[in-house]
Design a protein around this ligand. Structure first.
Ligand code: NAI
Ligand code: MG
Length: 489
């Protein structure tokens, strides 16, 4: 607990320069349990003065060292100690994540394990020697970008924090992280261990608050060298414009409208499972959700029917029940947004199942798993990111048609293709304009492999050596080996 726990409602502060600070305005905001709609925490809101303090702390920690000049191996040791702490406290973290997001406890447990793995992936920073002519030596140093501002969403709160913090710290950057205002709790708990594991003050700062205030102040601040953002495309565009004033480096992960493509020859049971899992995992609040389900005409009717039958078995329930497969959406705002798409979908397409609020819950932001079919790819429910348990099933006629529909979207984060024909599978893989393509699966993610989008799903990559790369500058060093004067003048 970061500070003064009272029964029920906990209070949290901002973590700046290794200290817990209330916001300078004294304002706080409420954090909810979306299954009960009750307030579970009050969090100190950071304004621009608090953001400024955090940036100064990160700036001083970067410019004065020693973090940025510590060996990559020593930084890796600190990250391993943090991972160990997270593993030791995984039950507590999963419980808070579950309570705050509404995601099923079993999924929260997977997330926390992934968080630890992410901190354990400490890729070493490599340089190289450039093959220039013999009278010179040229080599490349990789150095940390500097102070990184990191803004994350609410769907995988601690995991998104780990995806941002781990590579930045491995590279030697210092960070100011702004969690989503809906879900700041787990990363604030983890901050309690920063000192103990050996992170010097100022190396990681956490500021809480709204996007329009704390987030915007961080993006505009001249002391920040880089912004890494995950969230909506709308906010991504605002960030790029604001960051232009100080020419910050920017990386963006902006979600999508990812196609999940099923050919006639694919394994039937695996396909039905994969179609449902791809779009309903985490209540559909997933940037790579397979929200456009493209099905070959020959199997289309049977496929919709089979999805519908299996979707009836999806267990909605309280997030803490271990059999629960779908909890509530994260917030009233998200519930309202998704509900408005349900109404729109009823006008644009046919409903196979779902379409509203499940009757059994008196409270909580629950939405039924919903499958629309006979959806035109031009419909708004097929073009706009809904970020909830809403599938649009679209028929296609042959490989070329599948590729055409799949690519007909402003987004390009992810895609999946299901077939037993390896020729077809790899032709489709090469034709899809997306940053991640799964074959006969959808959603698995590994810390070793890159993550990020084409087109309006953003730019830059997270995870693996690619994620580290985004936190490194490249310095070319030229050494003259020829002692004779240049002789030019
Ligand atoms: P959002 O994009 O507004 O929020 C994401 C993060 O950005 C939060 O930390 C927020 O405080 C911050 N933010 C908001 N406005 C900002 C600004 N002007 N400057 C700097 N930071 C700012 O997403 P929101 O409103 O929570 O969800 C709306 C929709 O966004 C969802 O329905 C979904 O379609 C999409 N979304 C996509 C995500 C993804 O992983 N790709 C994650 C969350 C939302
Ligand atoms: Mg927003």
């Amino acid at each position: 607990m970061s500070s003064g726990a009272t029964a029920g409602v906990r209070t949290y502060k901002n973590y700046v320069n290794g200290e817990w600070l209330g916001g300078s305005s004294g304002e706080t905001f409420a954090v909810y349990d979306p299954s009960t709609e009750e307030v579970i925490a009050q969090v100190a809101a950071a304004g621009s003065a608090d953001v400024d303090l955090a940036v100064k702390a990160a700036r001083a920690a970067f410019d004065g060292g020693p973090w940025s000049t510590t060996s990559a191996q020593d930084r890796g040791r600190v990250l391993f100690r943090l991972a160990e702490k997270i593993r030791q406290n995984s039950a507590m973290l999963a419980e808070i994540e579950c309570r705050n997001t509404g995601k099923p406890i079993v999924e929260a447990e997977y997330d926390i394990a992934d968080v630890a793995t992410c901190f354990e992936y400490s890729n070493k920073v490599l340089g190289n020697v450039n093959p220039v002519p013999a009278n010179a030596l040229s080599f490349t140093l990789r150095e940390p970008v500097g102070v990184a501002g990191q803004i994350i969403p609410w769907n995988y709160p601690l995991l998104m924090a780990a995806w941002k913090l781990a590579p930045a710290l491995a590279a030697g950057c210092t960070c100011i992280l702004k969690p989503a205002e809906q879900t700041p709790l787990t990363v604030l708990e983890v901050a309690n261990w920063f000192r103990e594991v050996g992170l010097p003050p100022g190396v990681v700062n956490i500021i809480n608050g709204l996007g329009e205030t704390a987030g915007a102040a961080l993006v505009a601040h001249p002391g920040v060298d880089k912004i890494a953002f995950t969230g909506s495309a709308a906010v991504g565009k605002i960030i790029v414009k604001s960051a232009a004033d100080t020419l910050k480096r920017v990386t963006l992960e902006l979600g999508g409208k990812s196609p999940n493509i099923f050919f006639t020859d694919a394994d039937w049971e695996a396909s039905i499972d994969g179609a449902l899992f791809g779009v309903f995992i985490n209540q559909g609040e997933v940037c790579s959700a397979g929200s456009r389900i493209l099905v070959e005409k020959k199997i289309y009717s049977k496929f919709v029917e089979a999805m519908k039958e299996k979707a009836k078995r999806i267990k909605l329930g309280a997030p803490f029940e271990r059999e629960t497969k779908m909890g509530p959406l994260v917030s009233k705002e998200q519930y309202d947004r998704v509900s408005s798409y349900l109404e729109l979908g009823k006008k644009e397409a046919k409903v196979a199942i779902g379409g509203g609020r499940p009757k059994q819950f008196a409270k909580g932001y629950y939405v039924e798993p919903t499958i629309f079919y006979d959806v035109e790819n031009t419909a708004r429910i097929a073009r706009e990111e809904i970020f909830g348990p809403v599938a649009s099933v679209i028929p296609f006629d042959g490989e070329a048609d599948a590729i055409r529909i799949a690519n007909d979207t402003p987004y390009g984060l992810a895609a999946a293709v299901w077939t037993r024909d390896i020729y077809k599978a790899f032709r489709v893989v090469k034709s899809l304009r997306a940053g991640i393509v799964w074959v006969n699966h959808m959603q698995p993610t590994y810390v070793e492999a890159p993550w990020g989008g084409y087109k309006q799903s953003g730019f830059g990559r997270e995870l693996g050596p690619w994620g580290l790369e985004e936190y490194l500058e490249t310095k070319q060093v030229f050494v003259n080996l020829d002692e004779t004067p240049i002789g030019w003048y």
